[in-house]
Design a protein around this ligand. Sequence first.
Ligand code: CS2
Length: 491
Amino acid sequence: MMPRLNAALLPSLPAEVQRPLYDRDALETGIVHIGLGAFHRAHQAVYTEDALNRAFGPWGICGVSLRSPETRDALALQDGLYTVVSRGADGERLRVVGAVTECLVAPEAPDTVLERLARPAVRIVTITVTEKGYCHEPATGSLDERHPDILHDLAHPDRPRTLPGFLVEALDRRRKAGLDPFTVLSCDNLPGNGDVVRKVLHRFAEIRDPALARWIGERLACPNSMVDRIVPATTPEDRSAVSRRLGVSDAWPVVTEAFSQWVVEDHFPTGRPAWEKEGVQMVRDVRPFEMMKLRLLNASHSCIAYLGSLAGYETVARTIADPAFAGFIRKLMDQEVTPTLDLPEGFDVAAYKDALLERFANPALKHRTLQIAMDGSQKLPQRLLGTIAERLQAGAPIDRLALGVAAWMRFVTGRDEQGAPIEIRDPLAGRLSAIVAETGPEPARLVPGLLEITEVFGKNLPANPAFTGTVTQALERLYARGAQSCVEELA
Ligand code: CS2
């Protein structure tokens, strides 16, 4: 049996595998990361690792999982080490990352998590908890004050479960200890992710204690950031392939593409790693970048997820290899999305879109359509609905965007085109299935039924006949002819 990857084995790894160049034993923790998933480990942790390799500093990462112990269980046996495999046109590259100094599982040890967050040496809290982790209403960005876990955390501040619960309690402890707040850096796919987290934390604090809310309002920095790297869930085959190449067993590698981008607003009052030397774009205003990324990359992804899975495709690469889908996505981007973008200055959007199609086509990434289809209720607003609202205001057509929304509606009926069940993984799954059970699949009833979810659709779109009409017709066509044919028609 192969030995398990660990610190003592680093020197014996194959020469081409990059590894930490700094003294890991001397690494202090300066960052707490909430949401220790594959994305963080392939993205922010890699930039920090590069910064540590170039110039050592107190920027070790304490990773916190808000739910599952899996990552901690695996990394604990590997001294926090894991492999990042990037696969691109020029082959495969492996590196072992050492920046994660400690892993915690919040439900097992909320006290320890709060204690770490309150440590003076911690200066940054990075976050990847996905859209639903903010406990906000997707349509407005405000704290969902009826969220059961938020109610729990307000009642039990010292045993929190949610992101706002942990951060606000930790900030309160820092304030009482006379410390500076940490900088909160959201790395989730939300427009104005820093503004969202600030709003949610501020409101949560306000309900707890107005003085704390005031301190947060005056002192807390929450820079916005745009993150981009495609990181599919790791498969058992990935694990064995990586272990074979390393010659030691890594139970928790991440597989990603060569491309990586991070654009961050440079507002870190208590310091940060020199990320800008590692390719991070430090800017004054992230909005044009994130709007472009959410509306082009993520919107396309969601359309591929719903239409592609309905058409029977298992991965993004397989979907986009179908010329009808490639044509549909290109037209969606060119005709319906690009005119709504306020692009970063001097930006070559045509090249950006070419690159996106190439990235989607990467056959080495098995990015499952069903993975991206998850949590649609939390994703639609920033990926499709905002663009639709602006198009309608301009009197412009929305056929492809509306087909994407209709495909989501078709998907959440919980049956695919062959009548087989689809498991709906979404924080609103219960509500969605109750609506579907009540209205039945008939578009004339299902569309208005789903549009009643105002936290997702807001109030304006459901009242706009141009929107409801186009989506209803698209859904009728999806039922009558299937996703493949609807995509061909608009390719
Ligand atoms: C994807 C994203 O799962 C999804 O919803 O659209 O995770 C996407 O892969 C990343 O945003 C790429 O940067």
